[in-house]
Write a protein that binds this ligand. Sequence first.
Ligand SMILES: N[C@@H](CCC(=O)N[C@@H](CSS)C(=O)NCC(=O)O)C(=O)O
Length: 272
Amino acid sequence: MHGPLQMFIRSLHPFLKKTSNVCLSTQRRRALSNGSFVRQLFEQTTSTYTYIIADGKSREAFIIDPVITTVARDMQIIKQLGLTLRYAINTHVHADHITGSGRLKTLLPECRSVISKCSGGKADIYIEHGDEIEIGEKNDKNQRLVLECRSTPGHTNGCMTFVWHKGASVFTGDCLLIRGCGRTDFQQGSADKIYTSIYEHIYTLPDHFIVYPGHDYTGQTSSTVAEEKQFNSRLLKSREDFVKFMKELKLSYPLQIDKALPANLVCGLVDP
Ligand SMILES: N[C@@H](CCC(=O)N[C@@H](CSS)C(=O)NCC(=O)O)C(=O)O
């Protein structure tokens, strides 16, 4: 490529660079036209993502996978944004960090904890595949802000994935990670089950849905269903090869597992 066309494309470069930075920051706080939004928050010690999803009109909110050591930060954001936290949801009984849901409940009496019925964990509300959790006021189509609960076992038996259809987003916990997936070597883990969960309950969502994982260990924030289908090398394997790969993964146990597991069975109501 020569001449004026090449010069024109070069002149666009700083603009394109700027645009991609804007995209990154909007991924951290994506707002819909009605003001509803998702805010992604990070806990550094265990590389855990917490999500606040809020209804723009009523300012009611969910929090997904809060961590006990970052409750003060989460409380500040909730206060600054004028949110009323209705539900603190755990995608599963975590093994690497203590959940912040119990502490949030003591600070915010209107907040109720939520976990899967078959997780073994204690909470105010127990959910199952197909349930819906709602917040906010009805819009002109008589709809509130709804999270659909999908049972996605494999990392643990009680793992849930939450789909916010209106926000074209899916919160996958430790089932599907960006270019990876949750380990399956303890807590009733099953490589066979996680493979089914991802193919049947996440990859069947529309390609443009944004994937918000429970962790990332490589500095990534979010992905899409299409991207994961194309580039997640673990899941591109046949079921048989995937099961073999997961068996040979040999990760070391999470550092906080001995205190995290018992604490999380009682909603994390133990000091870190
Ligand atoms: N080093 C971390 C634990 C890392 C880890 O085991 N992560 C889990 C999710 S938390 S139980 C996992 O599923 N990882 C998948 C992978 O492929 O890395 C710590 O000590 O906390």
